[in-house]
Write a new protein. Sequence first.
Length: 537
Amino acid sequence: MKINLHPLLPELKKQVLKIAQIDHIMAADCYLLAQKITAKTHKTISQTTLKRIYGFAQSRYAVSNFTLNVLAQYCGYESWHSFTHEIDINTQKQGKNLAWHSIAHSAHLITSFTLQTNKLTSGIPYSQTIPRQSIHQHMADFLNTEATGCVISAPYGMGKTIGITQWLDQQFADQQTKETGSIFLYVSSFSLTFAARYGFQMSHWFANLLNLSNYQIFEDFLVQYKNNAPGNFFLIIDDFNTNLMNKRLFEAIFKQLIDLSTHLSHYSWIKMVILTRPCTWQKYGSLIEGYPMINRFWFTDFSSLNHSNATNLPPFTSSEIKRLFNQVGFYYTDQLHSAEVQRAILSNPLLFQHYYQLKKDTAGPHKIEANDIFSTLSLYIKNQVLKGIRSDEKLFFLTQLILNATIEGTMVYINKKTVIHLIKENRALYNDLLHTGIIYEYQCYQTHRLTYQIRFQSAYAALYFLAQAMIDEPHRKTNQNLFGHLQQRHLPEMAKNILLNWISLFVRESADQEIFLPDLYLSFANMHLIQQKHYST
């Protein structure tokens, strides 16, 4: 039998503990509590039943009416029915006069837990991370509009979660001296799946999340402060992406959030912030942008260049990189090998995290070396992209993409139409790779026609898979064929240098020195000389 807990049971449990003078109940307390209940009511509830009620033992059945009546009588009520009747009356009165700080307290308990989780799971110690100026500016611009909803969209690994954590820390610090202030309810998208239990009625979801005994309390709260709220109420939803739930459920929840934003637009002090990824917004953003009456309630601030590609959080700026270097105790100089190094590693928060993990035990100050690019990217690709039981399939799929790619400078892209058959055969795999950030979809106009491209995160990352393909090509019978194949490809000189670096790394990792025969060693060394000149300019 499915357990159907009455929404007022938590309140009854609280009152029982208050009368029993138990601040934090433990499993061992259930024996003493059972004795106290028997002494006062002259009716017996076993300690096993109490353990089930307070979550120390599993239960397959709902709490019996007998148990509910006895607990209510222990609290001074005639019966369970009289308890619920009185609580409902008090609830209606409280809802009309609910203090702002009561809701704030409930919301901030949840937010504090979410923030603490973010800080403990930060790839770089949170105390050494830095505020993201772009997020602070984005939020400031949002609050200067009349919009209800705000979108922060960027690929996986661009620092959205730590960025919004830094922003929230700043908000709490700014209002410490105020008697009242804004309310922040920060949750993960996983909590939204529980909205399905309430038929996607968001008022019920809010009430349950904030531990309110009745959803009407939240509605009365909205009405009470409709025109004179002492601050803003922020609902922040992190990692709102399609890979966390099935398509039908995600679309239903997204539509409910849209309806919620329309409903809450009547209250200018309520703000919704959704952190998502471009692949999610490209797929579902039209549910907002396609309807002017809905779109006016949302702030996205996609630039003209990135609007169709749904990105509004840029990589680290040069000043942020310098500050981050100082924070983590690394040596920084303006005379790094080239801007390529900065774009390839330092400007990407996730790659900087992997670089930190690679170098954090290095004694003393040090400069970033050219080889660090490849070691860091290799760590990222192995730990984030190719992880899991389908690693071989991912490697093969990405290899097929790169073999169909066009390489122009540091840009690597594939016309989506040319590999659409490959995508259809590996749809789930393709979606997984989009969510890792190694590839992303890009819309652009070519000869006045809208074209969909698949782009790699960077040429450095893309050429990892081409180097793998060249080493593993079945037709390579000798190492001469490998080197000749490299020379014959119509690739930019920089791409050849990058390829050669990857192959060199694979050689070191596998100790397969036969990849390069002695008569090719001189040519290989010459290529490295070209490469070193390239990085030094």
